[in-house]
Ligand binder design. Structure first.
Ligand SMILES: *[C@@H]1O[C@H](CO)[C@@H](O)[C@H](O)[C@H]1NC(C)=O
Length: 449
């Protein structure tokens, strides 16, 4: 028993990789005149991202996923990794507005890799988990950074982005992300795009990669705390009272705040007016309650919206990223904490076969987007920063993905961008420039979820 326990504890301290029986192979760029070689994705991670497998050492007072998550949400990170952004607002096909925050670009080469970041449910570029990666990623090489450009896609209504159509956003809709990618690709045609998705944003990113397959504009991606199966993760809250009270209600309230901020605009959709006022008068709604009443109706201007009879189960099944995993054709690193109290169901722990293009790294601790650990110098920091930077650099600079087709052609007419074969996505620049110094400032009750 004792031996058994210590074996468990020993293994539990280490991150575990989960990959397909036959992981996909990528091409390693030749070095010093040698020829290029192919390497399986799990080997690429072991060789070029060794920080993923380094032990995860937490301070005693952050020993479980709840504490890790709470610290992420409640710690004061306003003075850590302060990042300045330049905001561009894009108008989409339905008249909605997407907010792109670019890191300052004067010194960055036009072909430098670009991190395309998608935030959590009601997040924005101010989130500390984003700035933790961004600051060293865009710092110049001379100053020890990667020297990359970064752009955060802020969802409609979040992080100060106005709502200009009656539609919000949804885990199942990639059209706003597509509009953003059109703008970014047009502006920097020679730059490789690297996806970085957190929680809900991770789900949107995975869905996009699956939808595009070998035509993806994104060359590689890293997702953290992705809710692969929205239906099953929500069912967990139905079965577990306390986590539901803490997490499902906090996320519900965060979304309720966004709806409250933009109630007038959302109510211009006749069918939504009653839904909006009903959810605003609900005391501490769960995420499922808000999604059922509002998201199933206003998640997008297009079919399958509105979902008939507020059918939340069909909505969650349709919007889940998991069914899209098999169609991915570019490398993805999926980080997940075994004690994530918000996203408890993953393809790994539900025994779903992992796509050859996805490497799952499951850490023994870290909570939901927390991952606070002791760094080499003894200070407290985010464990994921180092592995993520290694992954970004390795996939941007050391490898190529074999067998990719050209991305869809971008068609421009009268200042409006569209992509070949997709008729519901449009992108027009409304305003650009104007810098924002982002630290705190959010509509969320509790940040970091
Ligand atoms: C890309 O995928 C499509 C559809 O799966 C396939 O027909 C096509 O041959 C692929 N292209 C390349 C270059 O592999």
């Amino acid at each position: 028993m004792g031996a058994c326990l210590s074996v468990v504890l020993f293994f539990a301290k280490h991150t575990r990789l989960h990959v397909a029986d036959k992981p996909a192979k990528v091409v390693l760029r030749p070095k010093f005149g040698s020829t290029s070689t192919t390497i399986a994705l799990d080997q690429l991670v072991k060789r070029l991202c060794p920080a993923v497998l380094r032990p995860f050492v937490t301070p005693w007072w952050l020993f479980n996923g709840h504490l890790q998550t709470a610290y992420c949400a409640m710690g004061d990170f306003t003075k850590v990794n302060v990042v300045e952004f330049e905001r561009t607002l894009l108008c989409t096909a339905d008249g909605g507005t997407v907010g792109l925050d670019f890191t300052p670009s004067s010194e960055t080469a036009p072909d430098a890799p670009i991190l395309v970041v998608l935030t959590g449910l009601t997040g924005g570029s101010y989130e500390s988990y984003i700035r933790a990666v961004l600051e060293p990623a865009y710092r110049s090489i001379q100053q020890g950074g990667l020297g990359y450009r970064a752009v955060i896609i802020n969802f409609r209504g979040c992080s100060g982005v106005p709502v200009t159509s009656p539609y919000l956003y949804s885990a199942g809709c990639t059209s706003d992300m597509r509009a953003a990618l059109l703008h970014i690709s047009k502006l920097y045609p020679a730059a490789p795009l690297l996806g970085l998705g957190f929680s809900l944003g991770a789900s949107v990113l995975i869905r996009y990669l699956g939808e595009e397959g070998n035509r993806s504009r994104i060359k590689s991606a890293c997702v953290m705390g992705c809710p692969w199966d929205l239906y099953e993760n929500c069912e967990y809250f139905t079965r577990n009272w306390l986590p539901c009270q803490i997490y499902a209600r906090t996320m519900g309230q965060n979304l309720q705040r966004i709806i409250q901020l933009h109630a007038e605009q959302l109510s211009t959709l006749p069918a939504a007016a009653a839904a909006v006022s009903s959810i605003l008068s609900t005391h501490r709604p769960t995420l499922k309650e808000v999604d059922a009443v509002v998201t199933t109706l206003t998640g997008s201007a297009r079919a399958p919206f509105p979902f008939p009879d507020r059918d939340i189960d069909s909505y969650y099944r349709w919007a889940s990223a998991q069914p899209h995993m098999d169609a991915i054709r570019v490398p993805v690193l999926a980080l997940h904490a075994a004690d994530d109290p918000v996203i408890t169901i993953t393809p790994v722990n539900s025994g779903i076969a992992v796509s050859p293009w996805v490497v799952f790294a499951v850490t023994p601790g870290g909570g939901h987007l927390g991952w606070f650990a002791r760094r080499g110098d003894g200070s407290l920091g985010r464990w994921f920063v180092e592995p993520v930077l290694e992954w970004l650099r390795a996939t941007a600079e050391e490898m190529d993905v074999p067998g990719l087709a050209a991305p869809r052609e971008i068609v421009e007419s009268g200042g409006v961008l569209r992509e070949d074969g997709i008729d519901h996505v449009e992108c027009r620049v409304i305003s650009s420039g104007g810098s924002t110094l982002v630290a705190a400032g959010s509509a969320a009750v509790i940040q970091g979820l």
